[in-house]
Design a protein around this ligand. Structure first.
Ligand SMILES: NC(=O)c1ccc[n+]([C@@H]2O[C@H](COP(=O)([O-])OP(=O)(O)OC[C@H]3O[C@@H](n4cnc5c(N)ncnc54)[C@H](OP(=O)(O)O)[C@@H]3O)[C@@H](O)[C@H]2O)c1
Length: 293
């Protein structure tokens, strides 16, 4: 298959390149293909004629989105619309990555694909609008929502690119104590597994529409920090605080855990549990590195 991966230098995109390495991949840089530029998207996709397009690009520094809704909507809403429109023109399947932040977090247990979004902040509204436009524009669109990514590649949108696991290890080693929010829940998701999951969806025949793809079962950030230090065998004082301890210019959902219900029902769910993948991450990629931070 000829597959175009947009955002292939990012945290998830880099693992997708590995997961799909047996295929013919097209992996433009941001400056080759800017999703917010309709003509650029159209010309690039038509010229390369992929069978499938995966969009991992986003403007997702959430505080920046709050201050810059125009860029947020250009990249996160017009972007997937532009891609879907051109995919329709050439008949290519479209796989678009989205977020748990489309939900308000009030449900109290994991969201299913059939639950109604109600985003609380500019980022979430722009991503939800992008989902809707892509799905309405082109019937061969699959939206894949995920949450709280961590993996060996840095997140391009985050200052310093450090993920939660690395941040905890760094602070724990440096200070011997960390303060972590205990009133926010999500599903920290391991990018190599998510990339393998997306690869299965792209290469097997799936029904289009909305999917959730996360590392189960989800937890609070406080619980995740405890798990990380336990598995890394580090003695760190983990102090539970409420989210208002870290003031922000936007409201996060309190509980945005997702359920992989549709993947499970279709027999395609290959996401491994959090404890197992965190151990793999610590063992394979990080323990040696963090000792020299
Ligand atoms: N990170 C998370 O915790 C998280 C949680 C839930 C959902 N998601 C979703 O998962 C997806 C992947 O996230 P990630 O953490 O892998 O992101 P990332 O590391 O920030 O990578 C994003 C990639 O997209 C590129 N990009 C940004 N704007 C672009 C544009 N206008 N046109 C073309 N390319 C552009 C970036 O290139 P440059 O760096 O060169 O600009 C980068 O290669 C996103 O859709 C995000 O909304 C992420």
């Amino acid at each position: 298959m000829k597959i175009l991966i947009i955002g292939s230098r990012g945290q998830l995109g880099s693992d997708l390149v590995k997961a799909l390495e047996t295929h013919e991949l097209i992996t433009p840089e941001h400056y080759d293909l800017n999703v917010a530029n309709k003509e650029n998207v159209k010309n690039y996709i038509i010229e390369n004629e992929p069978h499938a397009v995966i969009n991992c690009s986003a403007f997702h520094d959430v505080p920046k989105c709050e201050n810059d809704p125009i860029t947020s909507f250009s990249v996160n809403t017009a972007g997937p619309f532009n891609i879907a429109e051109t995919c329709k023109e050439i008949g290519a399947e479209f796989f678009h990555i989205s977020t748990d932040y489309v939900f308000n977090g009030h449900k109290g247990f994991p969201y299913k694909e059939s639950d109604t979004p109600d985003p609380l902040m500019v980022y979430g509204v722009s991503k939800y609008a992008g989902e809707l436009l892509a799905l309405k524009m082109w019937e061969k669109t699959a939206v894949i929502r995920t949450t709280g990514l961590f993996g060996k590649n840095p997140c391009r949108a985050k200052p310093g690119g450090r993920n939660f696991v690395d941040l905890m290890l760094h602070l724990g080693r440096q200070n011997g104590e960390v303060k972590v929010v205990g009133d926010q829940y999500c599903c920290p998701t391991y990018t190599p597994d998510l990339a393998n999951q997306i690869a299965v969806m792209v290469t097997d025949k799936i029904e289009y529409g909305i999917y959730h793809a996360v590392t189960p079962p989800g937890c609070s950030w406080y619980d995740f920090a405890k798990t990380i230090f336990d598995l890394a065998d580090l003695k760190v004082d983990v102090q539970k605080v409420n989210s208002d301890f870290f003031p922000a210019n936007f409201k996060r959902p309190d509980d945005s855990r997702l359920s992989n219900e549709r993947l499970a029902k279709s027999g395609m769910d290959i996401m491994r549990p959090l404890k197992e993948v965190t151990m793999e991450y610590l063992t394979n990629d990080k323990l040696n590195k963090v000792t020299v931070i």
